[in-house]
Design a binder for this molecule. Structure first.
Ligand SMILES: NC(=O)c1ccc[n+]([C@@H]2O[C@H](COP(=O)([O-])OP(=O)(O)OC[C@H]3O[C@@H](n4cnc5c(N)ncnc54)[C@H](O)[C@@H]3O)[C@@H](O)[C@H]2O)c1
Length: 372
């Protein structure tokens, strides 16, 4: 198959969808890989790295879209790319269709095959191509929180791990899923006093088993949260209710009970945030202060560490990309049911029910396209 890897053109996006190692795997299997000039630059991969791996470098994005049967990307196509997409072309990338109607309409009009990273789903209902970015964001939340707790950055001037003779900081993590677990490992490793709150007893039993002694678990409810925030130095928002907005577990009036200079890192900002006063910020301007509490609410945290994020993402996407390249999307989906929910739009039809519902648009069951 002919595979194209364009350079991401969305503002501040430095990740790339295929590493030189990934290109080598595909080339080894007889596929042709075209990479746009400087596509890997932001993640630390030069054109020469790709050429050595057997890929071919093309000067322009037009040439990459023009030649490829399958486009592998990171972010959803943006307006200037719409006209480059060809009928029947397979696009394998994050789309998040339900949140943006113009993109959905453009992909319907293109008659391309849109396979979305975010809806590829394993039989245990986990989302293997979302997990890596949650892992990155969870680990980063503590790094950022520790940083903003420093006095010159507006924090209360406390070191997460304390020192001998001085108590460590208290870290409260709301939600013990992927983000919360990774945050807890990092905070615990630095010696902080960590509490994870969740509503799932089963999840907390697991966490209590695997976490070190400086991590405790506690049922998430309003009473407990009101008590815990009084003492917290750093709070990480990591709640997710699939398909819904995050619940506001900390309301504006509760901020008054918190310590001056405490820090909130609301990773769940992309779902509206679990702190009422959370509003999306950027890496250029990541924080603001309300009631003396520093808020860090960057919606694309992994974007700040493109090297790690690119490797983490491509470790997860490459096995699927290989199946798609080897077999074509139809046979690959017939033989691997994990890919079927990834199919969102085919030949102008919305084949993912949630997207059709979001826009009150006609829905065509995907089976129409999977039968021989
Ligand atoms: N800002 C970023 O850059 C970025 C990056 C990656 C992920 N995220 C977001 O982070 C959030 C968490 O993602 P995840 O992968 O960890 O999800 P997850 O599904 O693995 O975990 C969510 C956890 O929240 C728990 N939960 C649900 N309701 C709760 C409540 N009322 N109180 C406490 N816990 C509750 C669930 O039981 C679950 O354990 C999502 O909104 C995700 O989109 C943001």
């Amino acid at each position: 198959m002919i595979i194209g890897v364009p350079k991401e053109i969305k503002n501040n996006e430095n990740r790339v969808a295929l590493t030189p190692a990934g290109a080598k795997e595909l080339v080894k299997r007889g596929h042709t890989v075209y990479v746009q000039h400087n596509a890997g630059e932001g993640s630390g991969f030069t054109d020469a790295h790709y050429t050595l791996a057997g890929a071919l470098v093309l000067a322009s994005i037009e040439e990459v879209y023009g030649v490829a049967e399958m486009i592998i990307k990171v972010k959803e196509p943006i307006e200037p790319e719409y006209k480059l997409i060809k009928e029947g072309q397979l696009l394998f990338t994050y789309f998040h269709f339900a949140s943006y109607e113009p993109l959905t309409k453009a992909m319907i009009a293109s008659k391309a095959v849109c396979l979305a990273y975010e809806t590829v789903e394993k039989t245990d209902r986990s989302l293997p191509l979302l997990v890596p970015m949650s892992e990155v964001a969870g680990r980063m939340a503590i790094q950022k929180g520790a940083n903003y707790l420093e006095k010159p950055l507006g924090g209360r001037g406390i070191l997460l791990g304390g020192v001998p003779g001085v108590l460590p900081a208290k870290v409260l993590i709301l939600g013990g899923g992927i983000v919360g677990t990774q945050a807890a490992w990092m905070a615990a490793g630095l010696g902080a006093d960590v509490t994870i709150m969740d509503v799932s007893l089963q999840r907390m039993r697991y966490l209590a088993d695997v976490m070190p002694a400086n991590v405790k678990t506690m049922m998430s409810n309003e009473y407990n949260i009101r008590e815990m925030i009084k003492d917290a130095d750093l709070i990480v928002g990591a709640v997710l209710i699939p398909g819904a907005k995050a619940p506001h577990l900390i309301t504006q009036d509760m901020l008054k009970d918190m310590k001056q200079g405490a820090v909130v890192v609301d990773v769940a900002v992309d779902q509206g945030g679990c702190i009422e006063t959370c509003k999306p910020t950027t890496h250029e301007n990541p924080t603001y202060v309300i009631e003396g509490v520093v808020h860090y609410c960057v919606a694309n945290m992994p974007g700040a560490v493109p090297y790690t994020s690119t490797l983490a993402l491509t470790n997860a996407t490459l096995p699927y990309a290989i199946q798609l390249a080897d077999k074509g999307w139809k046979k690959a989906a017939q033989e691997n049911p994990e890919l079927i929910p990834g199919l969102n739009i085919i030949n102008g039809d919305i084949v993912f029910e949630g997207v059709a519902q979001a826009f009150n648009a006609p829905y065509v069951p995907v089976n129409k396209y999977l039968e021989d």
